[in-house]
Design a protein around this ligand. Structure first.
Ligand code: EAX
Length: 358
């Protein structure tokens, strides 16, 4: 658990009775993941950029090499090499090989890591400048992808990315994590009442934790790299993530039940160390920005493709899917919008709502 997140949680603890926070507090998010690091053999993984490129940018993710984040980054890598005539490239490190998302953000801000593609999970606790990002983590904020893309690619999204100015991190754009679904190994979860007493792993995010508490579960925050063994050992009963991640991280091997609750639309953000970005020549900036935009568009497509085949594949593996009555879940989750201790910015919320019409 990072110090910043711990401090934030302590604040929340004073105003909320989050019984699970103590459990979450025991989990060190700083340690590298148990999963094997990405191979550095280009031939084997195709994840390292052109060996003789002048500028290699090292980018980390917590996700699998065949997941949408990494496949999108590979598209960006190819485009960057093409645009720069092979002068610039990305070296991609999947599977938490460089650490958890919160740690990678800190490493990018201090310059010990060049880039990260991270969910918004750790962003609201990253800096006071990004506190209002909590608002994006609210449940049922977007009804579909189109609403999310409209807000995130428009003026609201642009201003949010600018919140990072001066933090050491330059936020480039919103890629996609996806709509988050719930898995568990105890029983079929149809209604929020079925969550009573269940220990659910959430991201290190106050809004997500408060939402699961609101729904009657016991949330435990931990970095993604620790989740597999936590599920295997039964430290937690369940977790939530987009289908594309549940499939490619093989979560289905240790979780029998999957409920299609679509609780949060989770964006991810491509970030680079601010000094590195500001040090680019105008030409390098142009190559980089264009390749990043291309990577984003491709990644969103890949995310949708994996998502749409994931259910059938996991059903084949014996996972029980449950389609829930969404209205019931919305009703049970909405009181979290009134929670004054989780950093929601009501002005930003109003802007988002006027854009989506929700
Ligand atoms: O960003 O931690 C999570 O659940 C995230 O969805 C994952 O690391 C990808």
């Amino acid at each position: 658990m990072t110090k910043k997140f711990l401090a934030l949680l302590m604040g929340i603890l004073m105003t909320l009775t989050l019984t699970a926070c103590g459990g979450g507090g025991d989990k060190p998010a700083d340690k590298p993941a148990d999963k094997p690091a990405a191979s550095t053999d280009k031939k084997e993984t195709g994840l390292l950029g052109k060996a003789d490129a002048e500028k290699h940018l090292k980018v980390g993710t917590t996700t699998a090499p065949d997941g949408h984040y990494v496949l999108g980054l590979v598209e960006m890598q190819k485009k960057l090499e093409e645009l720069s005539g092979g002068k610039m490239t990305l070296d991609i490190y999947p599977n938490s090989a460089l650490g958890g998302e919160s740690d990678m953000m800190d490493a990018v801000s201090t310059g010990t890591q060049d880039m990260v593609l991270s969910s918004t999970g750790p962003i609201s606790s990253f800096s006071t400048a990004t506190k209002r990002w909590s608002t994006l983590d609210l449940p049922y904020l977007f009804k579909d992808r189109e609403q999310a893309y409209k807000v995130l690619d428009g003026d609201i999204g642009k201003k949010l990315l600018e919140d990072f100015n001066g933090t050491g991190v330059k936020a480039i754009g919103f890629w996609e994590n996806g709509f988050r679904e719930l898995t568990n190994n105890k029983k079929e979860v149809k209604t929020p009442a079925d969550l009573a007493g269940m220990k659910i792993r959430t991201m290190e995010n106050p809004v997500h934790m408060a939402t699961y508490t609101q729904l009657g579960a016991t949330p435990t925050a931990m970095a993604w790299g620790e989740i597999f063994s936590a599920l295997q050992q039964g430290t937690v009963d369940g977790q939530e993530n987009p289908l594309a991640i549940i499939l490619t991280a093989k979560v289905y091997e240790v979780q029998k039940y999957l409920s299609m609750i679509d609780l949060f639309y989770s964006p991810c953000v491509l970030m680079i160390n601010e000094d590195i970005y500001n040090g680019f020549t105008d030409e390098q900036k142009k190559w980089f920005d264009e390749a990043a935009e291309y990577g984003k568009q491709q990644e969103r497509k890949i995310s949708q493709e994996i998502d749409s085949k994931a259910r059938a594949e996991m059903e084949k593996q014996g996972v029980t899917f449950t389609d829930v009555n969404k209205d019931e879940w919305v009703k049970a989750a909405m009181p979290v919008y009134e929670n004054t201790s989780i950093g929601i910015d009501n002005e930003l919320l109003a802007q988002i709502r006027s854009e989506t019409g929700n």
